[in-house]
Ligand binder design. Structure first.
Ligand code: GUN
Ligand code: ZN
Length: 446
């Protein structure tokens, strides 16, 4: 059958993207701002991006242009670490990591053996991501393969690029949430074969964290990854001080928490470590030199009292190149699906290190930086010809207070900062996934 191209979608308005890394080249040099941009999209990709005046002659007069003169067109946000089965335990009171896992999380996750239930939560989860302009996420399922099937089936409907994996966990959890080294290998392999590379879906081998995997299971995860090096490997590391002690007790023969992963072959390009707060210099070097990435989860880290990630050290280390770093909500430890709210928390956390994270750096982390952390920088995270057409249009006056504050705003950088400190899902004016507008009004309450 001859291939027929899909209709062109056109969007016009102020647009901001990052052509480079602001931690490296500085904020102004990294930003590409078009005060009146035209973006043409077809077959899921951006086909033109530039000044409206310069490009309008290429516009077919039959194509309707969606004009957002008072908005700001951004690349869709990318959440590099989130647990969709924990949507129902977001905002659970009074516990730190290990108690929180046992009291809330491991109870909720048992329900995901039921595929219909998993699908219902997956739909809520994807709606919440889109409502806040997040078009891609790296997602944890539960130990149940059905949890990943459900998420990927839901993502096929929304068209979002999603990375996800079945959690591997064969100790230190309730019996109903345990697999084995062999079953985790077999189930993960079957999921890779079923889903990896199908449309916009990618797989991540997902050992939950070292304390819930036996050495045999970590070996199985590494074997599978070596056999499928093009999939990601996601896990947690160095989130909480009690967890660090636990890892020392469980793995006494390894030099550090990150060494455990390195010794089992679970560091390297495509490895993505959530949290990574309490790292020694040696652990930083192990992650950086191996090409691994980290996911900064600020609302989770403050909510669970875990600690304060040092984004400056990760992104501009005094010695050597930066660590690939993305931004993440980590719902349900995290308290919001909104990457704007996540950026606001990242700013507060950076302030504890006396590093006032600039707005351009925060938006870079939520877009191009997160794309690099997921090794998807050739596909998403920027507005650029040839990239996949995922856009988030911010309403810069989404609440009465923001509207009032914006009257005193004097620059783009200031506007970005106001939005990230005061904005939330109400600031999402429109979202495009693979070039198609999302019907945000069509989302019903569940
Ligand atoms: N460490 C291991 N599992 C989890 C989890 O589900 N959430 C968080 N925040 N940390 C973890
Ligand atoms: Zn997590």
């Amino acid at each position: 059958m001859p291939h027929s191209a899909s209709p062109v979608t056109a969007v016009r308005g102020p647009a901001l993207t990052f052509a480079d890394n602001p931690f490296v080249v500085g904020d102004d040099a990294a930003m590409h701002y078009e005060p009146d941009a035209l973006i043409l999209m077809q077959d899921g990709h951006i086909t033109e991006f530039g000044d409206y005046g310069a490009l309008k002659s290429r516009l077919d007069p039959d194509v309707a242009v969606a004009h957002y003169p008072h908005g700001l067109i951004l690349p869709g946000f990318i959440d590099t670490h989130v647990h969709y089965p924990q949507t129902q335990v977001i905002a659970s009171y009074g516990a730190r990591l290990i108690d929180w896992l046992n009291t809330y999380t491991f109870v909720a996750e048992q329900q995901f053996s039921d595929a219909a239930y998993a699908r219902k939560v997956a739909d809520v989860f994807l709606e919440e991501t889109l409502r806040t302009g997040t078009t891609t996420a790296a997602v944890y399922g539960t130990i149940h393969p059905e949890s990943v099937d459900s998420l990927f089936e839901a993502a096929q409907k929304t068209g979002q690029r999603m990375v996800a994996g079945k959690v591997m966990m064969d100790r230190n959890a309730p019996p109903a949430l345990l697999d084995t080294a062999q079953s985790a290998y077999d189930d993960s392999l079957a999921l890779i074969e079923r889903w990896h590379g199908q449309g916009r879906l990618g797989y991540a081998i997902t050992p939950r964290f070292a304390p819930t995997s036996t050495p045999a299971q970590l070996e199985a995860a590494a074997t599978l990854w070596a056999q499928h090096p093009d999939v990601l490997m996601q896990t947690h590391t160095s989130e909480n001080l009690e967890e660090l002690e636990w890892v020392k007790a469980l793995f006494p023969d390894h030099a550090s928490y990150v060494d455990v992963y390195a010794d089992y072959g679970l560091t390297g390009p495509g490895a993505l470590f959530g949290h990574a707060i309490h790292l020694s210099d040696r652990e930083y070097a192990l992650l950086q030199e191996s090409g691994s990435a980290v996911a900064h989860c600020p609302t989770s880290n403050t909510f669970l009292g875990s600690g304060f990630f040092d984004v400056q050290q990760a992104c501009t280390p005094s010695a050597g190149p930066a660590l690939r770093t993305g931004l993440a909500t980590d719902v349900g430890g995290g308290t919001s699906f909104s990457m704007l709210r996540t950026m606001a928390e990242a700013y507060r956390v950076a302030q504890t290190h006396r590093f006032p994270l600039s707005a351009p750096k925060a938006y870079w982390l939520a877009t191009a930086g997160s794309a690099q952390a997921l090794r998807l920088e050739d596909k998403i995270g920027q507005i650029k010809t040839g990239m996949e057409a995922d856009l988030h249009i911010l309403d810069l006056r989404s609440t009465p207070l923001i509207d009032f504050r914006m009257q005193y705003c004097e620059s783009l950088t200031e506007a970005l900062f106001i939005q990230m400190i005061l904005g939330d899902d109400r600031a999402t004016q429109a979202v495009y996934v693979a070039g198609r507008p999302v019907n945000l009004d069509g989302f019903g309450a569940q």
